[in-house]
Design a binder for this molecule. Structure first.
Ligand SMILES: Nc1ncnc2c1ncn2[C@@H]1O[C@H](COP(=O)(O)OP(=O)(O)OP(=O)(O)O)[C@@H](O)[C@H]1O
Length: 297
């Protein structure tokens, strides 16, 4: 299989600066077909700058982007991509239905039956103007387009801004179910990791314009642990393992967050020494990883 059939979108050696500030630095990214990605990063990490480049909304200072095997040139707006922006560009005076009609004309896999279903599920009044919507409702209109477009590549930038917890859950469930029925590539850019932990299959973590980590979500889940116990025992246990965080925990106890494999022999040793091993929530993992980068960097 050649590279073009294995990947649907690539960004190679991407750079983008605003004045003297490097928002994206020498970044490589590959999206494969039919995979749901999470792009995690703190505020200002460069996520939106990256997505703008990948979708042809802004051009990289240097580097190359290919979409469905074709190189992206200045001014191209690839039809295979649906980009749900953090700050949408909807005409404020347009009604929701008018916005959906424009989107349906643009996206060749648009599904009107699904769009109408989503209008009901998201409790949107199609005759309302964009200017009359709350922030959360505006997000829902963008998300509706992202779902109903069924584009081969859909990029959501902070899709749940302003949404209450029920709507957030509804959106993630609809996305996961619809991608199971109509497989496609989706990238969710967010700083709320735990919420989408169940949905994403692969993860990119971005910090200060670069990719800090790229891994399968399952690998992260299986390899991120918190160990707790007597200081000396924990210090000996963590020897040779990648420790991304460490802190005192009570009198003479130590807590360490480990991003590494912990096998059966390790577990038996830990049990012998009274060391507890628990899973590390993805949000915490991400916070520790970035802290570690700050310490090293
Ligand atoms: N048009 C611009 N002009 C100047 N600086 C910019 C511009 N757009 C982004 N930046 C800067 O580039 C950096 C990356 O911003 P970006 O919006 O890509 O981050 P982000 O990860 O999407 O953040 P957030 O989660 O807050 O949306 C930030 O330091 C930001 O201030």
């Amino acid at each position: 299989m050649n590279r073009e059939t294995e990947t649907i979108l690539t960004g190679t050696h991407l750079n983008k600066s605003f004045g003297k500030h490097d928002a994206v630095c020498n970044l490589d990214l590959v999206l494969e077909p039919d995979t749901i990605y999470g792009l995690f990063g703190r505020n200002g990490a460069g996520k939106t700058t990256l997505l703008d480049m990948l979708t042809g909304s802004s051009f990289p200072g240097s580097g190359e982007i290919t979409v469905s095997g074709k190189r992206l040139h200045m001014g191209d707006t690839p039809r295979d991509i649906c980009y749900v922006r953090e700050r949408n560009l909807f005409i404020r005076n347009a009604k929701i239905m008018e916005i959906l009609e424009v989107a349906s004309a643009y996206h060749k896999y648009w599904d009107w039956a699904f769009a109408h279903e989503l209008v009901k599920i998201f409790k949107l009044n199609p005759n309302k103007k964009i200017s009359q919507l709350s922030r959360g409702m505006e997000s829902m209109v963008g998300n509706l387009i992202g779902l109903a477009s069924r584009a081969p590549i859909t990029l959501f930038d902070e899709p749940v801004l302003g949404l209450d917890v029920l709507m957030r859950e509804k959106f993630y469930r609809l996305l996961a179910d619809d991608c199971a029925k109509y497989p496609r590539t989706v990238l969710l850019s967010t700083h709320l990791i735990d919420e989408i932990a169940e949905v994403v299959e692969k993860v990119y973590v971005m910090e200060a314009g670069s990719i800090l980590l790229h891994d399968e979500a399952d690998n992260i889940r299986n390899q991120s642990h918190v160990i707790r116990g007597d200081r000396e025992a924990v210090l000996a246990f963590k020897e040779g393992k990648r420790v991304i965080h460490q802190e005192s925990d009570g009198n003479n106890d130590l807590l360490a967050a480990i991003y590494d494999k912990i096998g059966d022999a390790d577990r038996a040793k830990a049990a012998e020494q009274g060391i507890s091993i628990t899973g590390l929530p993805l949000q915490k993992f991400f916070a520790y990883l970035i802290e570690e980068g700050d310490r090293v960097g």
